[in-house]
Ligand binder design. Structure first.
Ligand code: F6P
Length: 255
């Protein structure tokens, strides 16, 4: 059986690239759950990959989180690209300023001498408030740009952890559990089959738009995130997955 003859990371990459139908997969050695510094390896690897794929006039959208932060921290100063715009992929303000998508978008733009726009929109808006927001000229302009994203970089989290971070009520957390939510990425919650079971109403990138994005890059590591990564990827089909060995080997076990 092929599974049992797998040894090196190259084999794991090849196996996951095929089974998850990825354009590219990059696996860094180690496990983020065991060594916190692995986040920098993930960040470096992703930063290099993004740099190699940047083009003039590109629009790059980012989500927040500690993993995407590590990517931005590892982007070198670059001057050679003209007219790059960096945007938060979606509205929603996490509690931690450091890892908010707005902050990361501004930092990234500064490093590559590009432009950025910020979205100040709370999570969990009512339909009414959402619609009103989308009719605001300023916001509409940014959202239209987000919808033209060329490179999307997003993190993946465990459903319950993310729900707690977003400050949802205990009742809602229980509802998520009942629905079998295991993963979260840019506001969508997924069950283990990759079905969307819940959505945080906000503005920005929507599921339907992913196919039209030239380069979608999911980045997440740690063995304990394996199920979340697999579930989100089953639904979102990001073209590129950047992960670590701990998560990758565990995803193989689940598959
Ligand atoms: O809150 C933004 C976000 O990208 C979530 O969509 C995702 O679940 C989470 O951050 C990942 O965060 P981290 O990389 O810190 O685990």
């Amino acid at each position: 059986d092929f599974m049992y003859s797998i040894k090196g990371l190259d084999d794991v990459e090849e196996y996951l690239r095929k089974s998850l139908k990825l354009q590219d997969i990059l696996i860094v050695p180690g496990d983020l759950d065991e060594e916190a510094l692995i986040i920098n390896e993930l960040g470096k690897t992703a930063a290099k990959y993004i740099k190699e794929n940047l083009k003039e006039d590109y629009i790059i959208s980012l989500t927040g989180g500690s993993t995407v932060k590590a990517v931005i921290d590892n982007i070198p100063k670059i001057n050679k690209f003209k007219n790059i715009t960096v945007l938060p992929a979606r509205g929603g303000i996490g509690k931690n300023l450091e890892t908010q998508s707005n902050t990361l978008a501004a930092k990234f733009a500064e490093k590559i001498s590009g432009n950025y726009k910020l979205l100040h929109v709370p999570d969990n808006l009512s339909d009414h408030a959402l619609e009103a927001m989308l009719n605001e000229k300023n916001i509409k302009e940014i959202v239209d740009k987000i919808h033209k994203t060329n490179i999307l970089v997003f993190g993946i989290g465990k459903a319950e952890e993310m729900a707690i971070k977003r400050g949802v009520t205990e009742k809602e957390i229980n509802e998520l559990k009942t629905k079998g939510a295991v993963a979260e990425a840019f506001g969508y919650y997924f069950n283990s089959n990759g079905d969307i079971v819940h959505f945080t109403p906000t503005i920005g990138i929507r599921r339907e738009q992913l196919e039209n994005i030239d380069l979608s890059i999911a980045i997440a590591g740690g063995k304990s995130k394996a199920q979340a990564i697999l579930s989100a990827e089953l639904n979102l089909n990001a073209k590129v997955l950047i992960t670590d060995e701990g998560a990758a080997r565990e995803i193989m076990n689940i598959l």
